[in-house]
Ligand binder design. Sequence first.
Ligand SMILES: [Zn+2]
Length: 249
Amino acid sequence: MTLTIGPLRAEPGQKTRGTLPADLGTTTVDVPLILVNGSRPGPKIVITGGVHGGEFIPVDATTRLAGLLEPDEIAGRLVICPVANPPAVYGGRLNISPLDGVNINRVFPGDKDGGPTDRMAAWLFEHLIDGADAYVDLHSGGIDQHLLDFVGYRLTDDAELDAKNEAMAHAVGYERVIFGTSADGGNSHAAANRQGIPAILVETGQLGDRDPATVRRLIDALYRILHHLGAIEASDHIKQPTVQPRDWI
Ligand SMILES: [Zn+2]
């Protein structure tokens, strides 16, 4: 099955790189994307980094993962977006967009007739996230933020979706798994859940860290998620976690 996003196309067995313009009303930004269309059928999985500025680990990890993954080892279609919110990332702003002062992770799924950040959120849902079988949003502690690695997911009113969220959260291999008791609010994973899409938030690293070992920790976690979702077979890439996940509310 061809993977198509706007004019970007990847046939089965192909990896395609490019950018797509997103019209934010007051300006247009280029969103970088890597499409990895596996040689075999499987789930459509979307991974975003760079939803917030100043969080470098997800940008580096998604970029490296996109280089490492080969279509021959993939079942399904992967959409990797290292910089999901270009104004905030390239503007070097923490949490908010320099265009309008809005934190995009409070306004998902956005509004395509709204301000720039609302439009950015709506663009990501319309072009990347809608129709996905699973969505993983990557964050880290910004330059001013101490943070321990954790995974976040939400409880919804759909038991089947809850089970998928929980299983995906545990597959990350981080000890701290924190669940919210409803899928309310403008966080990307909550908004995806409201559209029936299993989704988690993964936080890795802190204080604007770009340490390669921390990037590697996130890449290992992403391999485990892809394996859990059936997109990649167990291989030398899959490192078993050293800790047991524990759920916190
Ligand atoms: Zn963040």
